[in-house]
Design a binder for this molecule. Structure first.
Ligand SMILES: [Ca+2]
Ligand SMILES: [Ca+2]
Length: 348
């Protein structure tokens, strides 16, 4: 182990076999510009290299633990590579690196820790690998990111992750994320956003002070949009403060008919544009998001009605989801197939 508080330093090659670098071991060693970390290394304690003169760093593959602030505030650090095998970026590890422009993350990565790249004000792009499952609070806050793609593997909440990213203009939210709160707070260049169906909750400050935001598309018809902190909706989406000091939103919310997004827009007097009726799944005749025996029953009823010489009651949209086998007929085979699909789903 390299001891803590090693004040003098003469070599930039650490021996193979070394597993741990102690707390503050190389902190504030401004003469240290390069170091090769051995493959045997598994952990670096808090502030290990903070404030050092490193220009680049490779985190070797066996590292399973980095204390907070390990590479914080290294003014010359431009390049960070995390080797394949490492599963977490750990918390606060690279924050306040104002020269950092290149970050290479491995496909083994599962967790991006909170504040990992916070205040890396020169970082304009990042490739978040598919496979990452969680991104911590403020992970990319106050960076220069211009576009970001959240992979589908990321789940849970994106809490203040991109707060103060004043250059961010393009965002793709993956299919696994469930909640936005503070996520894009003060992303002043963000002009439009599509919030996918998997987002079930939009909370306080999600799009606060997004001064350029004019188009918000919300694809989940039942999303909860609620501010739990100040009891007002106004800080969820706004373009900043008007002359009276109140938050205002001049943009338009796009959502499905009778969606919670529509209700939210109406109760706040925001502009709303309808995307029409929400899409229905094949077999979901009654539109309750489940394909089950009630749908099969409706099909049999309709079939009996038509067979009995009475006028059909299904709309074109109903027919589209009721014709399960796509043979243009609405009959007992569709009902039977729906029951079969339901039984198979239940058995899973
Ligand atoms: Ca149904
Ligand atoms: Ca059919």
């Amino acid at each position: 182990m390299v001891p803590s508080q090693l004040f003098t330093f003469h070599t930039n090659t650490l021996s193979e076999g070394l597993t741990t670098i102690g707390r503050n071991a190389f902190s504030n060693t401004t003469s240290l510009t390069q170091i090769t970390l051995p493959e045997s290394l598994t952990s670096i304690d808090w502030w290990g290299f903070s404030g050092s003169g490193l220009t680049s760093v490779v985190i070797p593959k066996n590292v399973t633990s980095l204390g907070q602030h390990v590479f914080e505030n290294c003014p010359s650090l431009t390049t960070v590579e995390i080797e394949e095998g490492v599963t977490s970026t750990f918390d606060s590890v690279f924050n306040d690196n104002k020269s950092l422009t290149t970050v290479i993350l491995p496909s083994s990565l599962k967790t991006i820790g909170s504040q990992t790249f916070r205040n890396c004000t020169a970082l304009t792009s990042i490739n978040i690998p598919e496979g990452v499952e969680s991104i911590g609070t403020w992970a990319f806050s106050n960076t220069a990111l211009e576009s970001v793609e959240i992979p589908d593997s990321v789940t849970g909440k994106l809490d203040s992750v991109f707060q103060d990213c004043s250059s961010l203009t393009s965002v793709k939210i993956g299919a696994g994320v469930e909640e936005l709160s503070g996520t894009f707070n003060s992303c002043i260049e963000l002009r439009e956003i599509e919030i996918p169906e998997n987002i079930t909750y939009i909370g306080h400050n999600a799009f606060n002070n997004c001064q350029s935001l004019l188009k918000v598309t919300i694809l989940n018809q039942n999303v909860t949009i609620r501010n739990d902190i100040t009891y007002t909706d106004k800080t969820i989406f706004n373009n900043g403060l008007d002359e009276t000091g109140s938050s205002f939103f001049a943009g338009t919310i796009y959502g499905y008919n009778n969606s919670t997004a529509q209700a939210f827009a109406e109760r706040n007097s925001y502009k709303f544009e309808s995307l029409g009726d929400p899409p229905r799944d094949l077999g979901d005749v009654n539109g309750d998001k489940a394909v089950d025996s009630s749908d099969a029953a409706l099909i049999l009823k309709e079939y009996a009605t038509v067979q009995g010489g009475n006028e059909a009651s299904f709309s074109e949209a109903d027919i589209e989801v009721a014709d399960f086998n796509n043979d243009t007929l609405i009959d007992s085979s569709d009902a039977a197939l729906i029951l079969k699909a339901y039984a198979e789903n239940q058995a899973k």
